[in-house]
Write a protein that binds this ligand. Structure first.
Ligand code: NI
Length: 169
């Protein structure tokens, strides 16, 4: 495994609509492993392939339980993800992005989602996501369409060091 360099704005790859993944070969598996490692090292709770300069519809997320800090983190790998259903209920939360350093913003997201896609080996998967996990998914899925959180934020600011520690990336 190897760390990949995280692409920053205004790199055009962050604004491109990413291509569907069609091959699940060795080099794709390498990319998935590298993205997981890069996300953990950042550290971040999610990473989309365009953020490492690869215009493909792949995202990884890893997040623990909101209520229970001791609970093990859950890792998700989504290939060609799609939102099947989204709740009418929306929640506002503070987001940041590894590709948009030094910025934070308030973004409204659906509270719950049903999502489908493929796993890293090309097998279909379907999940119900809620709360922060749903938020992270919407943030990362936007990256696959060239959308950044700053496009959706109602308020964007430069957070203080202390504030940064409390923001879920
Ligand atoms: Ni991001």
């Amino acid at each position: 495994m190897a760390l990949r360099e995280i692409v920053l704005v205004p790199d055009p790859v962050l604004r491109r609509k990413a291509n569907k993944v069609t091959t699940f070969d060795k080099s794709f598996q390498q990319l998935v492993d590298d993205m997981i490692e890069t996300m953990r090292a950042a550290p971040g709770v999610g990473l989309a392939a365009p953020q490492v300069g690869i215009s493909q519809r792949l995202l990884v997320m890893e997040f623990g339980d909101e209520e229970d800090e001791e609970a093990p983190k859950k890792l998700f790998v989504f290939v060609n993800p799609e939102i099947v259903k989204s709740s009418e209920e929306k929640v506002t939360g503070v987001e940041a992005c590894l590709s948009v350093p030094g910025m934070a913003g308030e973004v409204e997201r659906h509270q719950t989602l049903v999502v489908k896609g493929l796993n890293r080996f090309g097998k279909p998967v379907k999940h119900k996501l809620e709360g922060w996990t749903a938020r992270i998914f919407q943030h990362e899925n936007d990256h696959l369409d060239g959308v950044l959180f700053t496009d959706r934020a109602t308020k964007v600011w430069q957070p203080s060091e202390e504030e940064i520690e409390n923001i879920h990336d």
